[in-house]
Design a protein around this ligand. Structure first.
Ligand SMILES: *[C@@H]1O[C@H](CO)[C@@H](O)[C@H](O)[C@H]1NC(C)=O
Ligand SMILES: *[C@@H]1O[C@H](CO)[C@@H](O)[C@H](O)[C@H]1NC(C)=O
Ligand SMILES: *[C@@H]1O[C@H](CO)[C@@H](O)[C@H](O)[C@H]1NC(C)=O
Ligand SMILES: *[C@@H]1O[C@H](CO)[C@@H](O)[C@H](O)[C@H]1NC(C)=O
Ligand SMILES: *[C@@H]1O[C@H](CO)[C@@H](O)[C@H](O)[C@H]1NC(C)=O
Ligand SMILES: *[C@@H]1O[C@H](CO)[C@@H](O)[C@H](O)[C@H]1NC(C)=O
Ligand SMILES: *[C@@H]1O[C@H](CO)[C@@H](O)[C@H](O)[C@H]1NC(C)=O
Ligand SMILES: *[C@@H]1O[C@H](CO)[C@@H](O)[C@H](O)[C@H]1NC(C)=O
Ligand SMILES: *[C@@H]1O[C@H](CO)[C@@H](O)[C@H](O)[C@H]1NC(C)=O
Ligand SMILES: *[C@@H]1O[C@H](CO)[C@@H](O)[C@H](O)[C@H]1NC(C)=O
Length: 871
């Protein structure tokens, strides 16, 4: 099994790559970044907070399982082998049906009668933890109603290192604290609905380009391996790992490892990432599943901490698997210790039990590959004709929640008194982005086009619309109700007609524009997932410039997957208001109407910075390989300085800063107070784990694993745990099976003895050492509504850590508070030990530096009205 062995080495040191990869030309011949090995893979802890009952149930179940049943539970049956985007083998003897893993982070993908929710990024713009939880709960309920076991979301990777990143909209924000709080609330919501959440994509998955070798070939680049995100330890902890720590602390049941490499080791076999950071330091008790085809080895990935392979085949429909038969063989021949496969099975079963699932599962009532009622249940094989879709309506009353989230996630960037609208005499709506996709809202599969209004971006993070309320239809209905005159032009390319219309007397013009992006397997207009520029699509800038040259009251609404350049026109006096409406989901038109007419007072705050130029961000996508035919090397050399941290460091002028957003009322900040808590001194965790437990036993006679021909027939291309022959080498179909040169196992990889606990890790506390979350300071401030309408305000707590290498300020807490006119409310925020610390790579722990620390309370990252020094 050559690849497993070679890559086992790759997962643990760079030396294996030295022979395979040519020295990079543009990289000054320095050594490639590498990952240090960490073995053995940490096993579950029966006493972990929140996991005790689940562990006990899992132990009871797993103790009854045979080796082949355990292998079945860990291995997908192959691409399109069953109804969901991913399913593992069933355990018929114990009454467990095949588990269903299904996209997406905005709703149930590839089915019908489901809702489409606003994107994660739009939800983050609400800064409202209550509504973010409600969104998670509702999405969880819809997945539950379809028979899904694991919902493939939410997303904290990409975090949003580069504004062009194609999938940034699926996540929340380039700020780790906003993302951390949002991902934790979303996970709690999803899992309270009885569905296992999956925090993805772990980690460093910051661009679509070069994430997969085959995909790169599709757009003209030949590379031997996927791009490597080279991230130093401090940046990893203070930025990219931070929200995953919050996800683990929130009890997330699964984590998906990503396509790309980190430090030249694939994420799904990188023992430093999976064994050390995730399972050892953060104390993650759930299971790690691979992204679809992100597994590259069998034994090596098992020992490095992977627990489930998706969709199970080496490549889609190859009929081969790194696991399945190979994992059975590897356990029987002693390469993968029994405790490791037991741990995989324990982690998967415990996650199900933790969210309240039982061995008896409700049926899966939909099929991802067709909306037809009848079809082949094994779609890839063309076998098993039966009813496969029951068209179950799982939407409940989620439409009103969706309308509310998208309204509250809309950011009012500019308002010269034009808004809110009040029975305008003549409302004119301009732009393709206000109208429908003429071929239907679901015409382009996985939303692989930018036609009509942007309600959702593209890729596997999509879902089918049950309907899409366009801005045109909702605004027209409002206009008719008000007795306004109303006309719309739903194309960006009708200059003379547009001029004739908006030049008339009494016009209030609302121009809708957009910028789209998505996942790397789809190219839309030359954008390979990642955006190729930060400008508006379809001539949007010219449309705005034209309309505003003809009309003194031009309101601009932007639907986009991240910031766009507004530099050329935002300051025009004729552009009287600008709104960012994110990626709003099915209620788009209703949500924007609520905001434009003041039925909802805007309270959204931008979850990213709006720079004047593309270059001003300091980070960008690597669009061209820089390492010959070897893995492109993406050095995250900016460290923690992304988004506002970079702009602040360089003191770069910008257009709209992180955290900024207007309201129809005004707020005044006063009276900051700091209260210190007695949290005691930090004690690094000491002691050891228990030895690795194993549950049940297994036969070493391969005859016991033969495919039971008499019981059922082998589905074509399907992945099973069985062997076809008792000759191990022949059964593995691997010419290198058992070769001496291929016997490399990383030191300690099979060691099941008690292991030392890490200082920064918890003792049974997922998320890391409990004391990291001790509250050290409580900060309060008074917020007064000085305007004339009720509104929500989002006061934000920033911290200066004070060191020469620290960002000017970092967000640490926030709240969304409803305040009536003339009333004052108290904003209350907390600083934990982790909040006040830096990661010390030498100590391998969080340390509070001796630099003076200042806290700020303000309405954005650059409007910090109140401050206080911490003592
Ligand atoms: C990547 O390499 C950097 C620089 O040596 C190191 O600080 C960091 O811990 C490594 N990260 C991983 C995941 O191996
Ligand atoms: C493994 O899963 C397959 C497919 O779900 C099922 O047919 C088979 O019976 C399972 N094998 C065992 C040993 O449980
Ligand atoms: C076992 O894994 C190897 C790759 O490591 C693969 O070539 C082979 O086909 C696999 N065997 C089976 C039965 O899937
Ligand atoms: C054990 O099985 C695995 C999976 O097929 C194979 O890669 C490895 O070479 C085998 N090792 C031995 C010692 O037979
Ligand atoms: C949809 O957009 C594509 C380009 O993305 C374009 O070729 C096609 O004509 C559009 N269809 C409609 C109906 O507008
Ligand atoms: C409509 O336009 C006319 C002509 O400019 C102007 O006299 C009138 O005040 C406007 N009415 C409103 C409601 O804006
Ligand atoms: C940026 O990309 C979009 C989408 O592909 C395209 O419509 C637009 O023309 C591009 N902008 C520039 C300035 O090239
Ligand atoms: C604003 O609109 C008026 C009326 O059409 C026009 O005369 C003027 O040039 C516009 N100003 C700008 C800066 O576009
Ligand atoms: C095992 O045998 C079945 C037929 O019983 C066949 O369809 C399948 O391809 C074989 N698998 C392997 C890995 O040889
Ligand atoms: C802190 O607030 C005081 C009072 O408003 C102000 O004078 C001072 O400049 C602020 N300090 C910082 C570092 O922002």
């Amino acid at each position: 099994m050559k690849s497993a062995v070679v890559l086992a080495l790759a997962a643990s040191s760079s030396s294996a790559l030295a022979g395979a990869v040519k020295p990079p030309q543009q990289l000054n011949k320095r050594a490639l970044a590498h990952s240090d090995p960490f073995y053995p893979s940490p096993w579950m802890d029966p006493n972990a907070d929140g996991w005790q009952a689940a562990y006990a149930k899992a132990k009871e179940f797993v103790s009854q399982m045979t080796l082949m049943e355990k292998v079945n539970l860990t291995t997908g049956v192959g691409w399109m082998g069953e109804q969901c985007v991913g399913q593992v083998g069933a355990i018929p003897r114990l009454g467990l049906r095949s588990l269903c893993m299904q996209d997406s982070p905005v709703g149930v993908r590839l089915t019908d009668y489901n809702s489409v929710f606003p994107s994660g990024q739009t939800a983050a713009a609400t800064w409202d933890t209550g509504i973010i939880y409600q969104r998670g709960l509702a999405m969880g309920q819809e997945h539950k109603g379809k028979g899904v076991n694991v919902m493939l979301g939410p997303v904290a990777g990409p975090l949003g290192r580069s504004p062009e990143g194609g999938r940034n909209w699926e996540g929340f924000s380039p700020d780790p604290v906003l993302t951390g709080i949002a991902i934790a609330e979303t996970i709690k919501g999803i899992q309270d609905a009885g569905v296992v959440a999956c925090a993805k994509h772990y980690i460093g998955n910051e661009q679509e380009h070069f994430r997969q070798v085959g995909e790169a070939k599709g757009y003209g680049f030949t590379i031997a391996e996927s791009v490597s995100s080279n991230i130093d330890d401090k940046t990893m902890h203070e930025l990219y790992l931070w929200p995953f720590a919050d996800a683990v602390r929130a009890g997330v049941g699964s984590v998906m490892c990503s396509y790309q490499q980190t430090n030249n080791s694939y994420s799904c076999q990188n023992s430093k990432l999976l064994n050390d950071l995730l399972k050892n330091e953060l104390g993650f008790q759930g299971f790690v599943m691979s992204d679809w085809q992100a597994q590259h080895t069998g034994v090596a990935s098992a020992l490095a901490g992977l627990d489930m392979t998706m969709p199970g085949d080496t490549e889609f429909n190859s009929a081969k698997s790194f696991w399945g038969t190979n994992l059975t063989l590897a356990v029987v021949n002693g390469t993968v210790p029994e405790w490791r496969i037991d741990d995989m099975a324990m982690r998967i079963m415990a996650s199900l039990f933790k969210v309240g699932q039982t061995v008896e599962q409700p049926p899966i009532n939909f099929d991802s590959w067709t909306l037809d009622t009848y079809g082949n249940i094994h779609m890839a094989a063309g076998q098993g004709y039966q009813q496969i879709n029951w068209h179950v309506d799982v939407r409940a009353n989620h439409g009103s929640l969706i309308r509310d989230i998208a309204a509250k996630g809309t950011v009012l960037l500019k308002n010269n008194g034009a808004l809110p609208l009040n029975k305008p005499k003549f409302l004119v709506v301009v732009g393709e982005d206000a109208g429908p996709n003429l071929q239907g809202p679901n015409a382009c599969s996985d939303r692989s086009c930018d036609n009509g209004t942007l309600g959702m971006a593209w890729g596997s993070g999509s879902a089918n619309f049950p309907y899409l309320v366009t801005p045109d239809s909702a605004l027209q209905a409002q206009a008719i109700q008000d007795g306004s005159r109303y006309e719309s032009i739903l194309t960006n390319y009708a200059a003379s007609q547009t001029k004739a219309l908006v030049s008339q007397a009494n016009v209030t013009a609302v121009v809708f524009v957009n910028a789209d992006s998505g996942e790397g397997y789809i190219n839309v207009d030359g954008n390979e997932g990642d955006r190729k520029n930060l400008t508006l699509w379809k001539n949007g800038d010219d449309l705005i410039k034209n309309v505003s040259s003809w009309c003194t009251n031009t309101i601009v609404v932007i639907h986009s997957t991240g910031p766009v350049l507004v530099t050329d026109w935002y300051n025009s006096p004729n552009v009287t208001a600008i709104l960012w409406a994110g990626v709003p989901g099915q209620e788009s038109g209703n949500s924007i109407t609520d905001i434009l007419y003041g039925k909802v007072n805007p309270s959204g705050k931008t979850p990213f910075t709006w720079g004047a130029t593309r270059e001003s961000y300091g980070t960008d996508i690597l669009y061209t390989p820089n390492n010959g035919a070897g893995a492109p090397q993406d050095d995250f050399s900016e460290g923690v300085f992304i988004d506002y941290r970079y702009f602040d460091k360089k003191n770069t002028p910008l257009i709209y800063e992180f955290g900024y957003g207007l309201s129809y009322t005004t707020f005044e900040y006063s009276n900051i107070k700091v209260q210190k808590s007695n949290a005691g001194t930090y004690k690094p965790t000491t002691g050891t784990t228990a030895a690795a437990p194993s549950f049940g036993n297994f036969s070493t006679n391969l005859a016991d694993y033969l495919f039971p021909k008499d019981q059922f027939s082998w589905v074509w291309q399907y992945i099973y745990p069985y062997v076809n022959t008792t000759d191990a080498k022949a059964a593995s179909q691997d010419p290198h099976y058992g070769q001496t040169a291929d016997q490399f196992l990383p030191p300690h990889a099979t060691d099941g003895s008690a292991q030392p606990l890490l200082g920064s890790a918890g003792k049974s506390s997922p998320g890391g050492n409990r004391q990291l979350y001790d509250v050290m300071y409580t900060i309060t401030a008074d917020i007064k509504n000085t305007g004339s309408v009720t509104g929500n305000e989002v006061p934000q707590l920033y911290l200066s850590l004070g060191g020469p290498d620290d960002p000017k300020v970092v967000l640490r807490d926030f709240d969304c508070i409803r305040i009536d006119p003339g009333q004052t409310s108290t904003f209350r925020a907390q600083l934990t030990r982790r909040d006040l610390s830096n990661w010390d790579p030498v100590a391998q722990d969080w340390v509070i530096s001796s630099y003076p620390k200042t806290v700020y309370v303000g309405r954005s990252s650059r409007k910090l009205e109140l401050n206080a020094t911490l003592t």
